[in-house]
Design a protein around this ligand. Structure first.
Ligand code: ADP
Length: 503
């Protein structure tokens, strides 16, 4: 462990669009706070820079106050003032940027999905670097995440390094290669990047559209590039790379897949304040008490107490295998189980389709579909469910399968990306028994899914003792950030050492 103030303690700044629990859309938010806390625990100075969204959970921020400084930053030929707020989230120091720009970039009552997202986040990336530059901080690692803050890498090396701000090294993590930030080349100029210099095939020009691609820019310009699981890292070097596979191959020496952890303080069934009854692997009474409580809360039938409850908590987007989720509802009902889905969709036709299924099951007291985002309810579903499905078409890492295991809900997943690195089939004799923790399938069709679900139901009904041991084993697996944070620590240290040597 590095001690603060010693040469091995690094100063790490994450620049991101999300952070749990203040501004969460998906797994990115969990990573920022989970990885941040784990690195802080290892003795590093970790700070976060976020936009100051109007729709954030302000009550999750301690000591929120505006600083007595105004940071002026370049955008579209002008300088704009920005208020800088500070506060503590989950024990981590956070800077919130509030632009004084007429575009009211973060006053939109939502995080993403605005027509000018490219402008909003290129603006934010520029101010975040400007803040670091003006503060005179001696940062070792600037870690940016996904396309929203991928602008940081070219901005740092093409703009700020020329001003003498060059001692930090840039780490870029791509949490999902589906979202790359592709736009007309001239849009790069908004934040002060040089379009002529960057609109080239070996820099930021998209590999197929002739537009510019911000994630590509971050791959080219960062010192370290990571993604969120070893299997996904392999997948994106071929078809999974959505056009960026060749770029990744060229830069393969600095590219690595590190499996995300989960925040084991937030996700801890023995202290979780959202649960009716807390429980642990050695005392599973609480698990059945939560199942009974959830059934009551959602008006699910309680007549057969031992009926297995299958859970699913997800954004309803094609990536997550919505056709298999839909199928799983019918299949679970057919097998005599109960199904609870918590999920909402940014895609209108999917949201409507699931609203239709809600209507179909209105009078069925074994199925509940809750089409919304609800953190408290998600904790109860993890605790109450016996099985948890993640039938994704692709899955960079996936957190819900790990959270489910920690709550004793056995995962049933498609073998892709991070699911392949965290769930190992209970019946696969080629895998050591101690690693086998769930049920997996490969083919993304109904038969594939059914085979895994049916096997889980069989164990659950016919071998309750074996099932209980599996539940207990899953609950004891270490999914904490500790191991993954050590891997980040190692690559940060190497980059920082090279930077010192260069200086
Ligand atoms: P992704 O980042 O692709 O959405 P992950 O599995 O990495 O998927 O992370 C999803 C996170 O968001 C998990 O913490 C999960 O519990 C949470 N989540 C997803 N949908 C909902 C919802 N409708 N209500 C509450 N939490 C949700």
């Amino acid at each position: 462990m590095a001690l603060p103030g010693t040469s091995s303690g690094l100063h790490i700044v994450h620049i991101a669009a999300e952070m749990a629990p203040v501004a969460k859309v998906g797994g990115l938010a969990d990573v920022i706070s989970g990885l941040g806390k784990a690195l802080q625990k290892k003795g590093h100075l970790v700070e976060i820079i976020l936009p100051k969204y109007d729709c954030m959970q302000h009550n999750q921020i301690n000591n929120l106050k505006v600083l007595d400084v105004v940071v002026k930053s370049y955008f579209e030929g002008n300088m704009f003032a920005n208020k800088i707020w500070t506060g503590t989230v989950e024990g981590l120091p956070v800077y919130f940027i509030e632009p004084q720009h007429p575009g009211k970039f973060f006053w939109r009552a939502q995080y993403y999905g605005e027509h000018d997202d490219f402008k909003r986040f290129s603006y934010f990336s520029r101010v975040a670097l400007e803040l670091l530059y003006q503060s005179g901080k001696k940062v070792d690692i600037i870690h940016c995440h996904d396309w929203q803050t991928a602008f940081v890498a070219p901005l740092y090396w093409d703009v700020y390094a020329n001003l003498g701000f060059n001692s930090a090294r840039i780490c870029f993590t791509c949490h999902n290669f589906e979202y790359q930030g592709v736009a007309p080349a001239q849009d790069l100029a908004y934040c002060g990047l040089d379009v002529d210099h960057l609109d080239r095939p070996d820099r930021m020009r998209d590999n197929s559209h002739g537009r510019i691609n911000v994630v590509k820019g971050a791959i080219v310009y960062s010192n370290i590039v990571t993604t969120v699981s070893p299997t996904y890292a392999q997948e994106v070097c071929s078809e999974g790379g959505r056009g960026l596979q060749d770029t990744l191959k060229v830069h393969s020496k600095k590219f690595v897949g590190i499996l995300n952890g989960i925040d084991t303080d937030t996700w801890n069934p023995s202290t979780d304040r959202f649960l009716k009854v807390q429980y642990s692997a050695n005392d599973l009474y609480g698990k059945s008490a939560n199942k009974a409580a959830l059934r009551k809360q959602l008006k699910l039938s309680s007549t057969h107490a031992s009926r297995p409850l299958v859970g699913c908590i997800t954004r309803l987007v094609p990536q997550k295998g919505v056709h298999l989720i839909r199928h799983a509802i019918y299949k679970t009902a057919e097998l005599g189980g109960q199904f609870v889905l918590l999920g909402s969709s940014p895609v209108q036709h999917i949201q409507r389709e699931f609203e239709g299924i809600v209507d179909q099951f209105q009078n069925n007291n074994n199925v509940r579909l809750l089409l919304k985002y609800d953190d408290a309810l998600s904790h109860m579903i993890f605790a109450a469910s016996d099985m948890f499905i993640v039938p994704s078409m692709f899955e960079p890492c996936g957190l819900t399968q790990m959270i489910a295991m920690r709550y004793g809900s056995v995962p049933i997943v498609r073998r892709t990306g991070g699911l392949n690195d965290s769930v190992f089939d209970f019946d696969d004799e080629t895998i050591p028994m101690e690693l086998r923790n769930g049920f997996t399938f490969l083919k993304a069709d109904e038969q594939g899914f059914d085979s895994a679900l049916e096997r889980a139901f069989n164990y659950y009904h016919r071998k309750p003792e074996v099932w209980k041991q599996l539940v207990q084993k899953d609950m004891k697996i270490d999914f904490s950030w500790d191991t993954s944070a050590s891997q980040y620590e190692e690559i940060y240290q190497r980059a920082a050492a090279r930077a010192r040597a260069a200086a």
